[in-house]
Design a protein around this ligand. Structure first.
Ligand code: ADP
Length: 395
């Protein structure tokens, strides 16, 4: 990207459509952020292992995973706040691995705001422009535009202590965006906020990203947050990227048991493959026979597998008499949750599954202790050969 690209206003930037900058293969444009073989060791600990990742310009990309899996370390290496042990970071096609943070075209927002307490809202937002020696009138114009965008117009003269947590984070966002970085890096920016405010700030972040049109890279452990904000998500586990995809792809086509269990609820059962035809697999699971779809191609008969079925894929009492993908089970409880009913089923001795029914679809008022038939489609039974979570699995 040429330096002229940095000189317009935020509003000019917003007017570039997402399609203009949607992707590398479509436009020949370099990825906004590219990681090649990126690793970080702290002593003997492999915090980040051999990450390969390409984030498109204008994309809202999220690194999602449990605490300690290496998300922040990865983001800090993109920002230049942490040096990789191995590998490279590219920003818009340029190797910046050895470039200081302030010379990179990225800006970072942290959970704890890190505002200057003695400066006003306006003073905080003007600060990066003063560092870049922008004339004050030009700076004021940019600061006022970005304060308007984050919904802080009218609060310019307040000091951070006179603001709520949500407002402080808006100031931090405005300060990070005012100098028009090419990518905004967000390290759990909403983690300190209460539930309601988080939801509001998520909406604001999404709107803000579409307004400013730049690449956002977010780190979070919150699946709902990742799903509601992201174009694509990279799921991390133990320093590795397990899978990258859209929320829909990750939810319905998880490639590993970890991804399947980390994203939403999934009922699991262990079994052994009886037969397999490409990705179509039939497995014996104690008293049940399950036909399903392998996430990793053909699996030889006799292989131990784990089968996962989402609660919403299970039908109750459907007219279905086949001896496969059917379980006669005991209803342990039914919980009404407004738009949904959650039924806990004992699918086989000691194996409890959840089943979600949208309200109104339930054919009868099922009380605990009753017997019913649960069925599901082969398309919805995912077969995994990995079992990194054996402890939790029945059979
Ligand atoms: P996450 O952001 O996913 O919670 P982090 O990237 O913060 O995870 O940390 C990954 C691993 O690296 C953790 O085990 C953490 O304890 C360790 N770690 C992070 N920073 C340091 C550091 N400066 N020194 C030593 N270990 C660290």
């Amino acid at each position: 990207m040429s330096s002229e690209h940095h000189s317009g206003s935020l509003i000019d930037n917003a007017s570039r459509s997402k399609d203009d900058q949607s992707g590398d293969s479509a436009t020949g444009q370099s990825p906004a952020i590219e990681l090649r073989g990126l690793s970080k060791k702290y002593g003997d600990l492999d915090a980040v292992r051999q990450l390969e990742l390409s984030i498109r310009s204008g994309e809202f990309f999220t690194l999602l995973g449990p605490s300690g899996c290496g998300k922040s370390t990865t983001l800090r290496m993109v920002a230049g706040l942490e040096a990789p042990t191995e590998g490279q970071v590219y920003l818009e096609g340029k190797d910046v691995t050895a470039t200081a943070p302030e010379r990179r075209s990225t800006s970072t927002v942290f959970q704890d705001y890190a505002l200057f307490p003695h400066l006003t809202v306006l003073g905080n937002v003007l600060f990066p422009l003063r560092m870049k020696r922008l004339p004050r009138s030009e700076g004021l114009d940019k600061a006022n535009k970005i304060l308007q965008l984050v919904g802080l117009a009218g609060l310019e003269d307040r000091r951070p202590e006179q603001l709520s947590g949500g407002q402080r984070q808006r100031v931090a966002l405005a300060r990070s965006l005012v100098w028009r970085p090419r990518a905004l890096l967000l390290d759990e920016p909403l983690a300190a906020l209460d539930f309601q405010l988080r939801r509001e700030m998520q909406d604001m972040l999404k709107e803000l990203q579409s307004e400013v049109g730049i690449t956002f890279m977010l780190v979070t452990h919150d699946q709902t947050e990742a799903f509601s904000l992201s174009d694509r998500i990279g799921v991390m586990n133990d320093g590795r990227l397990e899978q990258v995809g859209t929320p829909h792809e990750l939810y319905y086509q998880p490639r590993t048991l970890f991804v399947a269990t980390f994203l939403g609820n999934i009922n699991l059962i262990r079994g052994q493959v009886e037969s397999s035809d490409n990705d179509r697999v039939v497995a014996r699971c104690g008293p049940l026979r399950v036909a399903g779809r392998s996430v990793s191609g053909s699996i030889p008969p006799g292989t131990d597998v784990t089968i996962g079925i989402r609660p919403e894929s299970i039908r109750q009492n459907a007219a279905h008499t086949a001896a496969i993908n059917t379980a006669t089970c005991r209803v342990l409880s039914t919980t009404f949750l407004g738009s949904q009913e959650v039924t806990l089923l004992e699918i086989a001795p000691g194996i409890h599954w959840r089943c979600y029914e949208e309200r109104g679809r339930t054919t009868s008022n099922i009380k605990g202790g009753r017997t019913m038939t649960a069925t599901w489609d082969a398309e919805d039974a995912l077969i995994f050969t990995d079992s990194d979570d054996k402890k939790k699995l029945p059979l």
